[in-house]
Design a protein around this ligand. Sequence first.
Ligand code: KG4
Ligand code: ZN
Length: 354
Amino acid sequence: MRVLGVETSCDETAAAVVAEDGAVISDVVRSQVALHAAYGGVVPEIASRDHARAIVPVVREALGRAGLTIADIDGIAVTSRPGLAGALLVGLQAAKGIAWAANKPLVGVDHLVGHLLAVFLRRPTDAALPKASYPFIGLLVSGGHTALYRVEGPALAQIRELGATRDDAAGEAFDKVARRLGLGYPGGPAVDRLAALGDAGRARGIVPAPMAHKGSLEFSFSGIKTAIARHVAGRGGAPSAEEVRDLCAAFQATVVDVLVKKTLRAAQAEGLGRVVVAGGVAANRGLRAGMGAACARRGMELLIPPFASCTDNAAMIAYAGALRLGAGERDGMDLAPATSTALLRVTRKGGGRR
Ligand code: KG4
Ligand code: ZN
């Protein structure tokens, strides 16, 4: 089975062709980052308008690179949730139009499920990577979401949230801190690079450890972000390059520490020895190193997909959709976008003690 995937939930217009075993036949991602950079974050209306311009050429390119026409495709998978409503709508309408015109089955995919299953994708360059299998603890860390899951299989009912962030996502915290430090958007990669050059110890007092809910598997990142913003605002004048490096190092070390600790706690609580890290923040070198060392110490298996599979892409949507199609599932032309995930959530958003 070959499935065309379409992804427009946020600021990437993406299309891909993937087989049901995860083999990536083509994968096209067109980023809108340059359009949003001036605003320091994604502007929903700009995002949907640009998706509308890009979607047809991006789908054409994905089919072209695969050397296929729409007639060769066995089904269409499209991100239907969660995401920006207007942005999702563009991909959904495109996917419905293609499915209707070519008389192909259509399935909607939850973007978070796509991220969690991306570890099963096989690109031509991935031949040497270890193969993933169920069950596993999935740590999803992206710009929009941060949560831990027990993943028994690809179906919604087989994925259970163990804990999520109560406020900012990890990537969002990276981006906001970067903005405060004048590092541009998106800031994650810049913070990562500078953190490697800084001394976390020198700035440790400024960055509080986000362990308020110590025993739980929930996260909170807004306190660290605010502490750094307050420090920068209160010191008068822009921080020196050295201070910026130290703040990046302390911030990253603190975030990595809590992500690693809670992932290990989840694995222990669930009695699982396999961890998968997914989402854009999985590119972070500190997180890769920290999680790698911690899992190795405990004899646990750690799988982190290559960067192209971590950040937003349509290959993960095509793969998740192929599994739904293979299970005989279909969605109709009434498939509608939703801003929230279909996965059951156990963490309530919002601050305060619980
Ligand atoms: O998964 P993704 O591409 O999009 C969402 O679904 O949100 O993740 C994007 C996020 C951004 O917040 C970006 O700053 C962050 O991933 N990111 C990183 C790194 N590379 C990307 N954060 C920390 N370190 C990195 N190296
Ligand atoms: Zn994403």
